[in-house]
Design a protein around this ligand. Structure first.
Ligand SMILES: CC(C)(COP(=O)(O)OP(=O)(O)OC[C@H]1O[C@@H](n2cnc3c(N)ncnc32)[C@H](O)[C@@H]1OP(=O)(O)O)[C@@H](O)C(=O)NCCC(=O)NCCS
Length: 167
C-alpha cells in the first residue's frame, strides 16, 4: 500500500465531507462540526488555503490513491510559536494497517521543514491507546497528564500530552 500526504484543494470538498461525517468521533474534540456540511468544508478549505505553510500544515492522508484521513500540525500561539500541535483522523475501515504511524512520520517532516518548528505535541485521551501508540512509534514521549483539562460532550476529561523536541 502507498501512503502519501496531499495538499487539500477545493476539488476535495466531497471527500472531506465524507470523511468528517463518517469518522469515529469517540476520541475527537468537540470542535469538529456534526453534521459536517458543504459550508463547513468550504470554510475549512479556505482557512487551509490561507494559512498553510505559515500557521500550520494540513494534509489529506491518501492510501492507494484514496483519501482515507486528515492530519495536521498547527502552530501554537505567541510564546509557544516554536511549537506545533498535531491532530489526525482516519476512517475506521483503514485502521490498524500502519497508515496512522506513517502519516505522523510524514507530517512531522513536513512541519519541521515548512514551519521551522522545534517541538510538536499531541494531546490524547487516556483511553485512546491506538493514538498514543502511533505517537510513541514516532518518538513522542508522555510528558504530562492534565486532569480534567478538556471538555467533551459536557464532561471534563483528562488528557495525556505527548511531545517531541528537535534541536
Ligand atoms: C488513532 C488512529 C489515527 C490510529 O491510526 P491507525 O492507522 O489505526 O494506526 P496504526 O495502524 O499506524 O497503528 C496503530 C497502533 O495502535 C495499536 N492499537 C490499536 N488499537 C489498540 C487498542 N485498543 N489498544 C492498544 N493498542 C491498539 C495497534 O496495534 C498499532 O500498534 P502496533 O503497530 O505496535 O501493533 C485511528 O485509530 C483514528 O483515526 N482514530 C479516530 C480519530 C482519533 O482518535 N484521532 C486521534 C485523536 S488524539
Amino acid at each position: 500500500m502507498t501512503i502519501d500526504l496531499h495538499n487539500w484543494t477545493s476539488a476535495d470538498r466531497e471527500a472531506l465531507m465524507t470523511l468528517c461525517n463518517a469518522v469515529d468521533r469517540t476520541f475527537l474534540s468537540d470542535r469538529l462540526p456534526y453534521p459536517y456540511t458543504e459550508a463547513d468544508a468550504d470554510l475549512w478549505l479556505g482557512m487551509v488555503a490561507e494559512n498553510d505553510g505559515k500557521e500550520g500544515v494540513w494534509r489529506a492522508i491518501v492510501a492507494d490513491g484514496q483519501i482515507v484521513g486528515s492530519i495536521s500540525v498547527e502552530r501554537m500561539a505567541e510564546k509557544q510559536r516554536n511549537s506545533g500541535s498535531i491532530g489526525y483522523m482516519i476512517l475506521t475501515p483503514f485502521w490498524s494497517q500502519g497508515i496512522g504511524t506513517e502519516a505522523v512520520r510524514q507530517i512531522c517532516e513536513v512541519s519541521f521543514r515548512e514551519l521551522a518548528l522545534e517541538r510538536i505535541v499531541g494531546e490524547v485521551f487516556p483511553e485512546n491507546l491506538a493514538s498514543a501508540r502511533v505517537l510513541e512509534k514516532n518518538g513522542f514521549r508522555l510528558e504530562e497528564t492534565k486532569v480534567g483539562a478538556i471538555v467533551k460532550g459536557g464532561k471534563a476529561m483528562d488528557v495525556r500530552v505527548y511531545g517531541q523536541a528537535f534541536g
